[in-house]
Design a protein around this ligand. Structure first.
Ligand SMILES: C[S@@+](CC[C@H](N)C(=O)[O-])C[C@H]1O[C@@H](n2cnc3c(N)ncnc32)[C@H](O)[C@@H]1O
Length: 267
């Protein structure tokens, strides 16, 4: 009897030690992933704003708004997770939302607070994997171009679960990501965009396919929409013509080959 209890105790302690070690390793890996992304964005923070031209950035956010604006009500509470310098948070504030933004990069937050003084105190350093907010606080959470900078699938899913945690019941999580279904855009995102901008690294980020997310979050998917065929290097003078072509492509049968997708998840 004593022998059996003794063995069970030893096995129990061993299992406990292994679990403790694994969970420490997991926590460590989360910290390393966040730090890698954080140091990358800290390094490029000074020129981050010049990486994508204003006319392209505005074009993208306006299109995004056209697709998902109905998920917002005036004065509703929004958290922009991975807000960067806060340009999208600023856009949403101008639309009448109560916005807070968090980002892993303190340098981006510092630059953003200078660039958008109206966001001072509203954007701050924070980790998408462990948000410093109570459950059920916001009406909408946005993750705009953030997930592919989180370097493991588990952590990407963790960030989405965190976003779902902080939105109210019936609240919405809006995920915008690059769509790599189209081989041309795959080539663009992996090898051409990194030649012109420092945001993404040559050879690919941890892209997250839309189908993976819809498969994973099944019943919570409220909508999936695709948008834009305009590459980021499009000069301003070409935008009116490019927009017309884009409109045709978006409303045609190959719309799912667009460069971005936006996925709405309901809590
Ligand atoms: C491509 S930028 C997009 C920034 C902004 N959403 C925009 O659209 O301009 C990706 C951002 O994700 C942030 N990020 C990456 N991992 C993060 C994490 N674990 N927690 C918070 N922010 C993170 C980066 O610091 C960076 O600002």
């Amino acid at each position: 009897m004593c022998g059996t209890v003794g063995k069970a105790t030893i096995l129990g302690s061993l299992a406990h030690a292994i679990i403790k070690r694994l969970s420490h390793k997991q926590q460590l890996s989360v910290r390393i992933m966040t730090d890698t992304s954080k140091s990358h964005f800290n390094t490029i923070a000074k020129t981050y704003n010049e990486e994508v031209a204003d006319h392209v950035r505005n074009h993208l956010i306006q299109k995004w708004w056209g697709l998902v604006g109905h998920y917002f009500r005036e004065h509703c509470g929004v958290i922009d997770i991975g807000c960067g310098e806060g340009s999208n948070a600023c856009f949403l504030e101008d639309k009448g939302m109560e916005v807070v933004g968090v980002d892993a990069s303190e340098e981006l937050i510092k630059h953003g607070s200078k660039r958008y003084p109206q966001l001072t105190g509203k954007i701050r350093v924070g980790d998408a994997l462990s948000l410093d907010f109570d459950d059920n606080k916001f009406d909408v959470a946005t993750l705009i171009g953030v997930l592919h900078h989180i370097y493991s699938r588990d952590d990407q899913l963790k960030a989405i679960r965190e976003a779902l945690r902080v939105v109210k019941p019936e609240g919405t999580v809006l995920i915008r990501e690059s769509n790599l279904v189209n081989p041309l855009f795959r080539l663009f995102w992996n090898y051409i965009f990194p030649l012109t901008a420092k945001i993404d690294k040559f050879g690919g980020e941890n892209w997250i396919p839309m189908k993976y997310l819809t498969g994973f979050f099944g019943g919570q998917v409220d909508s999936v929409q695709f948008f834009t065929f305009i590459p980021s290097f499009t000069p301003q003078w070409m935008l009116p013509v490019a927009t017309k072509i884009e409109h045709r492509l978006e409303s045609g049968r190959f719309s799912n080959l667009a460069a971005h997708y936006v996925l709405a998840l309901k809590k």
